[in-house]
Write a protein that binds this ligand. Structure first.
Ligand SMILES: C[S@@+](CC[C@H](N)C(=O)[O-])C[C@H]1O[C@@H](n2cnc3c(N)ncnc32)[C@H](O)[C@@H]1O
Length: 197
């Protein structure tokens, strides 16, 4: 079920993006957070960020998911050499995982493609272990982002940093930080589930 336009899908699978994402975007997005244990990536696309995680953290058990079967097939092929990675189709609004499964859930540039991002955040909270971390980055709701997505035709529902922070707090996440970057065009976020939830 593709949810992005053909142009955006092609960009996500392109070699320049995969290389830039792995080398530059991933360390910036993780912002010093050390991944460990069982990690879920939602909307993993071509597996660009996952390749970086698999290389930098071979001890992590990484599950990469995406709602688009073609993206999953592409990522599965690209990540086949990494024995610590599994790739599967999953809609973030109905994740096929038990409660309290993951030490961390990562989300890179994908939430704004999920129209019902409230349900997505609730699912992230459900599958995280107590004390688990939700980490990532996304576009923010700016005039430029709205214009690009309208022109490009991808379904989207952009969030403001305030909306994301409010939604995280309402779900019981603690210590959430949502910080604007690059002249407010992007936001990085980190939050934790309470030690008991
Ligand atoms: C802009 S791409 C980002 C891909 C990847 N995270 C990266 O940084 O290269 C957004 C991805 O989110 C996926 N996506 C959109 N809606 C989704 C949903 N409801 N559940 C899971 N994945 C979704 C799309 O299929 C697409 O691969």
């Amino acid at each position: 079920m593709p949810v992005m336009s053909a142009i955006e899908s092609a960009f996500c699978r392109s070699a320049p993006w995969r290389s830039f994402a792995r080398c530059a975007v991933l360390p910036w997005a993780l912002d010093g957070h050390a991944l460990h244990g069982d990690v879920l990536e939602i909307g993993g696309g071509s597996g660009a960020m996952a390749a970086g995680v698999a290389q930098a953290h071979p001890e992590v058990r990484l599950t990469v998911t995406d709602v688009d079967g073609a993206m999953v097939q592409f990522a599965r092929t690209r990540l086949a050499a990494h024995r610590n990675v599994t790739v599967q189709v999953a809609d973030v609004t109905a994740l096929p995982f038990e409660d309290n499964t993951f030490d961390a859930v990562t989300s890179y540039l994908m939430l704004h493609h999920v129209i019902d991002w409230g349900s997505a955040l609730a699912e992230v909270q459900r599958v995280l272990k107590p004390g688990g971390a939700f980490i990532g980055y996304d576009l923010t709701d700016t005039r430029l982002a709205r214009w690009i997505h309208r022109a490009d035709g991808s379904p989207h529902r952009l969030l403001t940093p305030g909306e994301l922070e409010h939604a995280l707090r309402a779900l019981g996440f603690t210590g959430s930080t949502v910080r604007s970057a690059f002249s407010t065009h992007l936001m990085r976020f980190q939050a934790r589930t309470p030690a008991e939830h």
